[in-house]
Design a protein around this ligand. Sequence first.
Ligand SMILES: *[C@@H]1O[C@H](CO)[C@@H](O)[C@H](O)[C@H]1NC(C)=O
Ligand SMILES: *[C@@H]1O[C@H](CO)[C@@H](O)[C@H](O)[C@H]1NC(C)=O
Length: 202
Amino acid sequence: MLFLLSLLIPLATTRITPYDLSCSIHNGTHNVYSSTAASCQNVLSDEYCNIAYIPADPYSPVVAEGNDADRPLLCYTLGTATPSPLNQDARSAAIANCPKTCGYCCLTNAYKCQNLLYPRVNCKNVSKAMCLSPLWRQILAEDCPATCGFCDLNGCIDLVVGCENDPSICHTVGLEDFVNQNCRMTCNRCSVGTQQPCRGRR
Ligand SMILES: *[C@@H]1O[C@H](CO)[C@@H](O)[C@H](O)[C@H]1NC(C)=O
Ligand SMILES: *[C@@H]1O[C@H](CO)[C@@H](O)[C@H](O)[C@H]1NC(C)=O
C-alpha cells in the first residue's frame, strides 16, 4: 500500500500541466500560480467562465496565486486527458475571454510590457495593495506597469478605484476638479494638467 502511494505522489505534484506553465513559478517543490496569474477580471462573466472552464479534477481548488490548482483543460487543450497537448486556439480564446478562471492574467495586454529599467521603487516589492493605492498608482503606472497590470493605460491612470463603475460622473457638475485629478483614464482627462502629470509611456 505504501509502495502504491509513493507511486501516486509524483503524479500529484504536477497538477499545472507541463504543457503550459505560463503564469506559474516554481516554489521550491511545486509549480504554483504566480502573483499575476489570477490578478485580473474575466472579460466574460464569471458565471459563464466557471461553467465553460471546468477543472478535470472536480476537487481542485480554483486557480489562485500560490496554489497548484488544475488549469481547466479547455483553457489550453482540446484533449480530455490530463495532460493533453497545447492547442493555440483554445489558449487564445481563454486569454481573451476568461483569463482569471484559466490563470492567464499575466498573458493579457494589461501585463504585456516591461517595467522601467530604473524604476523609482523596486517593482519586485510592489504589493497588490500598492497597485490599488491612490498614493502609489501614478508612480506605479509609470515605473512598474507590468507588475500592477497597468500596461494598456499608457501611464495615464485613475488615481482612485471605481471611476469606471459610473462614467456619468465625468459630466457631473461639481465633480470637475475631482474627476480631472482622480478619474483621468475613465474620463479621458489625460492631457489635463495636474500636479502629477501623466508621463506618456510607450
Ligand atoms: C509550494 O506549493 C505547494 C502547493 O500549493 C504547497 O503545498 C507547498 O507548501 C509550497 N511550498 C513552499 C516552499 O512554499
Ligand atoms: C523586497 O523583497 C525581497 C524579496 O521578497 C526582500 O528580501 C527584501 O527585503 C524586500 N525589500 C524591502 C525594502 O522590503
